[in-house]
Design a protein around this ligand. Structure first.
Ligand SMILES: [Zn+2]
Length: 242
C-alpha cells in the first residue's frame, strides 16, 4: 500500500531503476519485462517513453503550460494561446493532456507510456501523438497486438486507463497501467490528499486557488477512471486492503 507521499510523487523509495533512467515498482518492472519478451517474440520492440514521474516534474510541466512557456495543443494538434484564456478555460486546456500535479498515475510507479522502437528509425523524434497510434500510424500494429493480449488475459496485468475518450483526459493509447498494483491507488487520490500535498509544496502551483475551488469536480472529470478499465479480479480486493 503506497503512502500519501508515494501516491503524490514525493517519495521514490517504492521504485526500482530500469534502463535509461526509467523507474517502476519492482513487481510492475518484472511484469513489464515479461510483456517485452512476448512482444519481442511477436516482432515488436516494446520500449518505454515515460515511466515514474515525480510531483516536482509534474509541477514544472503544469506551471510551464499555465505560464504559456510550454506549448499546449488542442485535440487536432493546433497550438492554444493559453494566456488569452480565462482561468477555467486554461485549466481545461491543460488537463486535457497533462495531469494535475499530485494526481498523475505516473507518480505511482505502476504506469508507463510505450512505443514500438522497431517501427521507426533510430533518430525518430517520438511525439506520443494520436496520429502515431492511429490506424495508419507507426505504432498501430503494436497497439493492436497489445489489445489482443489484454483481451486474451495475457498482457501480464497491463491495461489501458485512458483507452477511450470520456470527455476529460484525451485518449492515450500509449499509456499502460499495471492493474495488480494500480487498481487500489485511484480511489485514494482525494481532494483532502491533494490539498495536503499542495500545502506542503515549496514552489507555488499556478492556478491553485482556482483548482482548489473546483477540486471534487476536477477529480471526477480528469482523475477518476471507471473501475472497468481493468478486469474486476484486480479491483475486487480493494475494500479488504490486501
Ligand atoms: Zn502516460
Amino acid at each position: 500500500m503506497l503512502t500519501p507521499e508515494q501516491l503524490t510523487g514525493r517519495d521514490e523509495r517504492h521504485l526500482v531503476e530500469l534502463a535509461q533512467g526509467h523507474r517502476l515498482q519492482s513487481a510492475a518492472a518484472a511484469a513489464f519485462a515479461r510483456l517485452q519478451a512476448d512482444a519481442r517474440a511477436a516482432g515488436f520492440d516494446l520500449a518505454i517513453a515515460s515511466s515514474y514521474r515525480s510531483y516536482e516534474r509534474q509541477r514544472l510541466i503544469w506551471n510551464g503550460k499555465a505560464r504559456g512557456e510550454r506549448p499546449v495543443h488542442d485535440d487536432i494538434g493546433n497550438a492554444v494561446a493559453i494566456l488569452a484564456l480565462p482561468a477555467a478555460e486554461r485549466i481545461r486546456a491543460i488537463l486535457r493532456f497533462s495531469a494535475l500535479p499530485g494526481t498523475s498515475r505516473h507518480h505511482w510507479g505502476t504506469d508507463l507510456d510505450v512505443y514500438d522502437a522497431a517501427a521507426v528509425p533510430g533518430d525518430y523524434v517520438l511525439q506520443l501523438s494520436p496520429q502515431e497510434v492511429a490506424p495508419d500510424g507507426p505504432f498501430d500494429p503494436l497497439h493492436r497486438w497489445l489489445d489482443a493480449q489484454m483481451a486474451a488475459g495475457t498482457s501480464h496485468g497491463f491495461y489501458r486507463p485512458y483507452g477511450v475518450d470520456r470527455g476529460g483526459v484525451a485518449p492515450e493509447r500509449w499509456h499502460l497501467s499495471y492493474a495488480p498494483l494500480a487498481a487500489s491507488c485511484g480511489g485514494r487520490v482525494t481532494a483532502a490528499l491533494l490539498r495536503d500535498c499542495w500545502g506542503r509544496d515549496r514552489e507555488p502551483l499556478l492556478l491553485r486557488p482556482e483548482l482548489e475551488a473546483r477540486l471534487p469536480e476536477l477529480l471526477a472529470r480528469y482523475v477518476e477512471v471507471p473501475a472497468d478499465w481493468c478486469p474486476a479480479l484486480f479491483t475486487a480486493g480493494d475494500a479488504g486492503g490486501t
